[in-house]
Ligand binder design. Structure first.
Ligand SMILES: Cc1cc2nc3c(=O)[nH]c(=O)nc-3n(C[C@H](O)[C@H](O)[C@H](O)COP(=O)(O)OP(=O)(O)OC[C@H]3O[C@@H](n4cnc5c(N)ncnc54)[C@H](O)[C@@H]3O)c2cc1C
Length: 377
């Protein structure tokens, strides 16, 4: 006899975990399939930044704030640490300060809780910030940090223990024809609904659903230090001027096009590799540093030391920390839709594909899962 569950979730990345949690919260029995023994995708390779300030005002920002609440709920129930440190965007050039001022002016109307700090106020928030040349910073209390390795290792077991989610790790789903979900290790499950969050491997099931979608793959290079000595803490997560050109939230600022033009003219190698520089610190004390963005044909299996040097050189002008030696380097790949914050499709009645949250999967997936689950009735 086939095994039974109400809902099959395919993919043990943050999207799959978000849907497994949401379906289980609504009382459904859930089976979660992950092809690897431990999920290895973008969800374990990221900064762990829950980053509402990057999302455009309105529904995307609201969704990010809702996700942030859900992260707090999760952290209070599971053994997952959520560091509610907030964020600082640092301005070392007048055109960067102009964008931050414009954003801070508009923030109350747009629903953002943030304000502009002087250089002295910034240093009081974060002694790690470099004083020389600092003009101002945007402080926002809403950003929070998780350690993705801890989330990806812990959350599935917490789902199993507290919500009865059945885990099938090391199990590849290779065919879905509801009610049947089949795996390469010979299991067949009978389910009412299947939700597929396959990440960068999105084309392994129902590849025709992606025809003409325009979804692209993006590769990011990352680094981290070892634990900083003496319990040193970074404080708020750090972003620099380049980040203002990266996140859609700042597109409301009239000065942004001129800032981007300056970057293109004076920092072409940063722009060519899609580099903007951010830093977070996890509960182990490691500082996580990134990142670059290379798309489609530019993606190679081999990392570029030149990208790491550019990132570290830029970071050195923004922050100081006691032990900057890089302990690990890696890259991650995510899928991104050209316009939509997440791609959904229904290739069969009852089968939902939910993928390509781009660079905001940790920020948006919990909110998206709740919204989409409700909308499916
Ligand atoms: C370097 C980097 C830094 C980032 N930083 C941040 C950040 O700080 N904040 C933020 O919000 N976002 C960040 N992101 C984006 C975020 O990591 C992604 O949006 C998110 O992890 C995507 O989650 P996912 O579940 O769709 O994909 P994945 O994490 O790739 O998970 C998909 C899973 O599905 C499994 N799978 C696929 N097909 C099958 C199958 N047939 N059967 C069984 N299993 C299958 C795969 O093995 C994989 O584990 C970053 C991304 C990268 C790469």
């Amino acid at each position: 006899m086939n095994r039974q569950a109400n809902v099959a979730v395919i993919g043990g990345g943050i999207v799959g975990l978000a849907f497994a949690w949401t379906a289980a919260r609504s009382g459904k029995s859930v089976v979660l399939f992950e092809r690897d023994r431990k999920a290895q995708g973008a969800s374990v390779r990221n900064f762990g930044m829950v980053w509402p300030i990057g999302q455009s005002s309105g529904a995307p920002h609201d969704r990010a704030l809702r996700s942030r609440e859900l992260w707090s709920d999760l952290a209070s129930q599971a053994a997952i640490s959520l560091d509610t440190v907030g964020s600082l965007h640092l301005a070392y050039q007048p055109d960067e300060r102009a964008v931050l001022e414009e954003f801070a002016d508009r923030a109350p109307d747009l629903g953002f809780d943030c304000n502009l700090l002087t250089a002295e106020e910034t240093l009081r928030r974060s002694p790690s910030v470099r004083r020389e040349g600092l003009l101002a910073a945007l402080w926002s209390p809403t950003e929070a940090c998780v350690d993705p390795r801890q989330v990806i290792a812990t959350m599935p077991h917490w789902l199993a223990e507290t919500h009865g989610v059945q885990l099938r790790y090391g199990s590849i789903v290779n065919a879905i024809d509801l009610p049947h979900v089949r795996t390469t290790d010979g299991e067949t499950w009978d389910v009412e609904q299947a939700i597929i969050g396959g990440g960068a491997a999105f084309k392994t099931l129902f590849p025709e659903s992606f025809d003409g979608s325009g979804i692209r793959l993006c590769k990011l290079q990352m680094m981290r230090t070892g634990p900083q000595p003496g319990g040193w803490r970074l404080g708020p997560m750090i972003a620099g001027g380049l980040t203002l050109g990266h996140y859609t939230a700042f597109q409301v600022c009239p000065s942004l096009p001129a800032l981007k033009q300056r970057f293109a003219a004076t920092m072409p190698e940063f722009i060519r590799h899609g580099i903007h520089v951010m830093a977070s610190q996890n509960a182990l004390g490691e500082v996580v540093i990134g990142d670059s963005h290379e798309y489609d044909d530019a993606i190679e299996p081999f990392d570029k030391p030149a990208i790491d040097s550019l990132i570290l050189g830029y970071l050195e002008n923004m922050i100081m920390f006691p032990e900057p030696t890089i302990a690990a380097r890696w890259h991650g790949i995510y899928a991104k839709h050209p316009d939509r914050l997440i791609f959904t499709a229904e290739p069969q009645p009852g089968v939902k594909i939910v993928t390509a949250p781009g660079g905001a999967g940790m920020t948006l997936s919990f909110g998206f899962a709740e919204e989409l689950w409700k909308s499916w009735g």
